[in-house]
Design a protein around this ligand. Structure first.
Ligand code: CA
Length: 223
């Protein structure tokens, strides 16, 4: 899952990036409104953390421009304490949730999980595809209750497939959701990660859809 962190306070941006990476996200950062606006227009983020007080272009303007351009990714805004009217304006501009600074990182992570969940095919923080269970809180995967050892990239590929379980995910989509913007991307590496995941997962868990991509088996008919 890929997240854009828009925050001009560098120490906080750094802290957010570390916590999110630890939670299994791929993180891009923007430190002003113009850069944020550009990245949000061209990159497919699963969720955005958007500070409202930003240089160059303020966060509300960024959000309004995204929504006017039909960019529908979930956005959580960060507002200053006591600025209740910012929350109202933010929600009117298309924010999906808000947090008041200062906040606890755990609360931010929980709110992001909830936003991503609304956009996925799963109803809870545990994503279940038959014997395969991905716990988005712990960034951990089990098969029949046994913990899997996955590299960061393997986890992110599997999480992207499981987020859209039962639906075809293209190699391009997978590539865009496992690498940050400045990473040298190569969609051939996706096939390598899929191959490794298949060795660790039950047979048939990841289906190849010829010419289109891959699909995570929901195992709905298996029972
Ligand atoms: Ca700020």
């Amino acid at each position: 899952m890929r997240v854009l962190v828009v925050e001009d306070e560098l120490a906080l941006a750094e802290q957010l990036q570390q916590a999110l990476e630890q939670a299994g996200y791929v993180v891009d950062r923007a430190h002003d409104g113009a850069d944020a606006h550009y990245k949000g227009e061209v990159e497919p983020y699963d969720v955005v953390v958007l500070d409202l007080g930003l240089p160059v272009m303020d966060g509300l303007t960024v959000l309004r421009k995204w929504r006017a351009a039909q960019r529908t990714m979930p956005v959580l805004i960060l507002t200053a304490r006591g600025n209740w009217d910012e929350k109202v304006s933010g929600i009117d501009a298309g924010a999906d949730d808000y947090l008041t600074k200062p906040f606890h990182m755990e609360e931010l992570l929980a709110r992001l999980r909830a936003l991503i969940r609304r956009n996925s095919t799963h109803a809870s923080a545990q994503w279940v595809c038959g014997p395969v269970v991905l716990d988005t809180r712990a960034a951990r995967v089990t098969v029949d209750g046994q913990a899997l050892t996955l590299t960061g990239h393997e986890y992110r590929v599997l999480a992207t497939l499981m987020q859209h379980a039962g639906q075809v995910v293209s190699r391009t989509d997978l590539t865009e959701h496992i690498y940050a913007q400045d990473f040298d991307r190569d969609s051939n590496t996706i096939d390598v990660f899929i191959g490794r995941l298949r060795k660790k997962l039950p047979p048939g868990a990841i289906e190849t859809v010829r010419g289109l991509g891959y699909r995570m088996n929901t195992f709905d008919q298996a029972a």
